[in-house]
Write a protein that binds this ligand. Structure first.
Ligand SMILES: Nc1nc2c(ncn2[C@@H]2O[C@H](COP(=O)(O)OP(=O)(O)OP(=O)(O)O)[C@@H](O)[C@H]2O)c(=O)[nH]1
Ligand SMILES: [Zn+2]
Length: 353
């Protein structure tokens, strides 16, 4: 298991370079659809015999006959590369934002998925790279720039690899009694942060898991409630005996900034948060709360009073060995731009709002 191999593969994918991903029974040569050019595609698939790997959720929208009722939205599906599927056509197949501009696609011919473990891991790897979950799958001898295995990807994403890298006093607006603690794992460039407010006194702290939202946290977006929740949580924690805000680098509930902005474009076309994610081919919530549990563990915290309206966060932490002794609500006033977002949280993802 080598997390570095996965890191190299992610780097290659982001540059639009092909990678080889080995599963238990065999390997797949993969060229990401996002970033593929006519030249890179011709070099990867000179005789036009590649297939297209997509997620089952995307297959549902494309009306692939065998995907009408996909049990697992993130399961891999494969379709043949017909003659008309060049690099731009593949992008239109992969990217739901283009569906309105290119409504008539197909017909598609579904193929059996070879090496389902590698194919599933490939979709996960695309998410980690911040790309659309879609690949050309080439011959076993297709040229590739990086190689990794399914186990390498698991090692890369393993929260146990996180360690405390630095800590310092950091007076903030909410409280001058604050310490910032930064965490990192060797291969994953995302640096998570904890802000510890007040004096540790042996009681379970008030804890907030805040997932990064560049648009809401920094730019003051009105489309979500992240900015007010961030400041509201810091305020609540500052008024408790002590507490911790975890700032998790899981932008867009784990699909990354670019894919979140694609989801926003779909929302402008009328889809809600949940449907936008599944149309892109992702799970409704792709976050890994094991990261938060690991950070709390490294801070010596085993019991928390959790500030959230999201029952999945409580369950996610408990599943990773953190006891949530109390759930504290964190609801803020809505605005005309985030009413639907909040209604979707309440009606479709079980938030207690
Ligand atoms: N994919 C996607 N992510 C979004 C969208 N809007 C906000 N986010 C992300 O959602 C995350 C914040 O999650 P929240 O839903 O506020 O928190 P929660 O865990 O569901 O629930 P609470 O703890 O009750 O606030 C941030 O990473 C945002 O970037 C969206 O429309 N699509
Ligand atoms: Zn937000």
């Amino acid at each position: 298991m080598d997390g570095r191999a996965a890191a190299r593969a992610i780097d290659a994918l982001r540059r639009g370079w092909p990678v080889r991903l080995a599963g238990k029974a065999g390997a797949l040569a993969l060229l990401p659809v996002e970033g593929a050019t006519p030249e890179t595609l011709a070099a990867f698939d000179p005789d036009g015999s590649a297939a297209l790997l997509l997620s089952a959720a995307r297959g549902v929208t494309l009306k692939l006959a065998n995907q009408r009722e996909a049990a697992d939205p993130e399961a891999p599906v494969l379709i043949a590369r017909e003659r008309w599927i060049d690099a731009p056509a593949a992008m239109a197949i992969a990217d739901p934002v283009l569906d309105l501009a290119t409504p008539f696609k197909g017909p598609f011919r579904a193929l059996p998925v070879p090496h389902a473990d590698a194919a599933g891991a490939a979709l996960n790897l695309a998410r980690l790279a911040g790309l659309l979950p879609a690949y050309f799958v080439g011959d076993a001898d297709a040229p590739t720039e990086a190689q990794c295995t399914v186990a390498d990807i698991a090692a890369y994403a393993d929260p146990h690899r996180l360690a405390i890298a630095a800590r310092a006093r950091l007076p903030v607006a909410a409280s001058v009694e604050a310490e910032i603690v930064a965490f990192r794992s060797v291969e994953d460039p995302r640096e998570h942060v904890a802000l510890v407010l007040g004096e540790r006194d042996g009681t379970p702290p008030v804890v907030r898991l805040h997932s990064e939202c560049l648009t809401g946290d920094v730019l003051g977006s009105l489309k979500c409630d992240c900015g007010p929740q961030l400041h509201g949580a810091l305020h609540e924690i500052a008024h408790a005996r002590w507490g911790v805000l975890l700032y998790l680098r899981q932008e867009g509930r784990g699909i990354g900034l670019i894919n979140k902005l694609r989801a926003y474009e779909l929302q402008d076309q009328g889809f809600d948060t949940v449907d936008a994610n599944t149309r892109l081919g992702f799970a409704i919530d792709a976050r890994d709360f094991g990261v938060a549990a690991r950070m709390l563990h490294l801070l010596g915290i085993g019991e928390v009073r959790l500030l959230t309206n999201n029952p999945a966060k409580v369950a996610g932490l408990e599943a990773q060995g953190i006891r949530v002794i109390e759930r504290l609500p964190l609801a803020l006033p809505s605005n005309p731009h985030n009413e639907r977002y909040l209604a979707t949280k309440r009606d479709r993802t079980g938030h207690d709002l």
